[in-house]
Structures are given as C-alpha cells and as structure tokens.
Design a protein around this ligand. Structure first.
Ligand code: ADP
Ligand code: MG
Length: 279
C-alpha cells in the first residue's frame, strides 16, 4: 500500500521529537478515503455512495447521518470490511481494511437476526470469546462484566425470545463489547425500538463508551439522535451520498435527555442539519 507507507513515513517525519506512543495516538482509528460504491454493471449499475471521506480519532463518538436509502448501510459495510469499495478505501488504525479487523465489532439494526435463539444471554455474549478460544472461566467473567455494563444483570440465563426488543439489542451490544474492541460500528442500532427505550439505549451506549474507552461510529437517519450522541457528525447527502459537512457538536458532556434536548444549541444544530440533509 503506497498511500499507507507515505502516510506512516509522514507521521514519523513530523514526530521525530515525540515519543512513540504519542506518534501512534496520532493515527486515526478509522479513515474513509474517497469511498465510492457502484452496485451492478452496465445499464443496471447503481451508484449508492459517490465520494465519502472523513476520519475518526481515538475515543471519538461520531454519528453518520443521512436520509433512508442514502447509502449508509453500504458505507458501513465497506468501513467494516464486509464488502469492498468500488473506488477509494477504508483504513483501520492506519491499515487498509480487507476483512473485518479483529479489533472491530459491528452492531446491526436487526437484533432479532443477530442473536442465536437457542443460546441463553450469557452464552450469546460469550460466543466471540469462544471463537477466540478464551478459557471458560475468563469467558464467563468477561461476559458478566459486559452484561452488567449494558444493564442486563439478572437476565443472564434467559433466552433472547424471552426479552423485549430493547433488551435483545442490549445483548447484541454486550456481545460486540465482550472482546474489548477498539472500534464499535453501529448501523441504526436503535431504529427498531420505541421512543422511550431508544432514549434509555442512547444513554446506555454513552455510559458504555466511557467505561470501555471504545471509539464509536454510529449510523442513524435520526438527526436528533445524532446531535444527542455525537462529538462530531458526518452529514451525508441524499443518494448517491457525498459528505455535505463535518459538524462538531458544541454540547457539554455528560449528555442528559431532558436538559440536552432543551439546550438552545441542540435546537439550532438540528435545524441546521435538517437543512443540510434534505437540501
Ligand atoms: P441506507 O442504509 O442509507 O438506507 P443503503 O446503503 O441500504 O442505504 O442503500 C443505498 C442504495 O443502494 C439504495 O438505493 C439501495 O437500493 C441500493 N442497494 C443497497 N444494497 C444493494 C445491493 N446489494 N445491490 C444493489 N443495490 C443495492
Ligand atoms: Mg441502512
């Protein structure tokens, strides 16, 4: 990867006075470089993503917001290594993404299809640790830790079908966190639950992000959700998507549903984003 090499040489050149860890911290966790995706060929060809570039620094919470059908899921599949781009590339911690990196976890909108109905909550959560051959006792300990972090203590022995939709999505998030990823990629994770549950899940993911020190990229079509959660927002255009604007959210942390949503900054930002998304 010539681009890649150029980049790391640049980093070394400009940081010769600094210690190694500082130089490493400067590499973005995720980079999207001129990503384009065309589905199909010839007269059937359909461009879903036109040209998307942005970077995510370690520890950031970035929301990608855009209209339905705008190419958000397409973009997430490319960023996570589930699908190649037609042009451009995604980089995770400086290396080109060719398959899902070990330190990346994905949470999808459809929790009902991401959990195994015949496995209890704790066994669903332990699954990625089993795949990685983590010893049994350690597996159980780590699963318990993330189950508690997502607010599911007491439900360890239940089956997914005994849980509400919101609780099932908590299980999927616990499983995604079990092996302590550096980056959590989420595709409209709260779009299929009722409004009250969505608020609870939003607050849970903010807490979990602090507790596990994980970088989060969350895709949503919901502008209010993006403003509430994000440190920074990537605003996508209608299909085929380009980046309309990168917006830094000026709200204070920690966020709090009533207070944050009543903040005049919240209202002015959502109005601005609405104009950008629908333009
Ligand atoms: P979003 O997640 O923003 O709703 P998608 O990425 O799912 O958008 O879809 C973007 C566009 O690409 C849509 O027009 C959709 O029909 C099209 N598309 C998505 N997946 C495929 C596919 N596998 N083959 C052909 N077209 C697709
Ligand atoms: Mg989608």
């Amino acid at each position: 990867m010539s681009l890649n090499q150029t980049r790391s040489e640049d980093t070394v050149d400009t940081n010769t006075e600094r210690e190694a860890p500082a130089a490493q911290a400067a590499v973005p966790v995720l980079q999207a470089r001129n990503i384009k995706k065309v589905y199909g060929k010839g007269s059937e060809a359909k461009t879903a993503v036109e040209d998307v570039s942005f970077e995510v620094a370690k520890g950031e919470f970035v929301c990608i917001v855009g209209p339905s059908g705008g190419g958000k899921t397409t973009l997430l599949r490319i960023l996570s290594g589930l699908m190649p781009a037609t042009e451009g590339e995604a980089l995770f911690e400086g290396a080109a993404v060719r398959s899902v990196p070990d330190r990346v976890s994905i949470v999808f909108q459809d929790y009902s299809r991401s959990l195994f109905p015949w496995l209890r909550v704790n066994k669903n959560v332990e699954l990625p640790l089993r795949v990685k051959k983590v010893p049994r006792v350690e597996r159980a300990k780590r699963a318990q830790e993330v189950i508690e972090a997502v607010g599911l203590a007491g439900s360890e022995r239940r089956y997914p079908w005994q849980l509400s939709g919101g609780m099932q999505q908590r299980v999927a998030i616990a499983r995604a966190l079990a092996h302590r990823p550096d980056l959590l990629l989420m595709d409209e994770p709260f779009a299929s639950v009722d409004a009250q549950t969505r608020f609870e899940l939003e607050d849970m993911i903010l807490r979990v992000r602090d507790e596990f020190d994980v970088t989060v990229v969350l895709i949503t079509h919901d502008i209010d959700e993006a403003v509430y959660l994000a440190d920074r927002i990537v605003v996508l255009s209608t299909s085929p998507s380009t980046v309309r604007e990168l917006v830094t959210v000026p709200l204070t942390n920690p966020r709090e549903q009533a207070a944050t949503r009543n903040d005049p900054e919240f209202a002015s930002l959502r109005t601005r984003l609405l104009g950008l998304v629908t333009r």
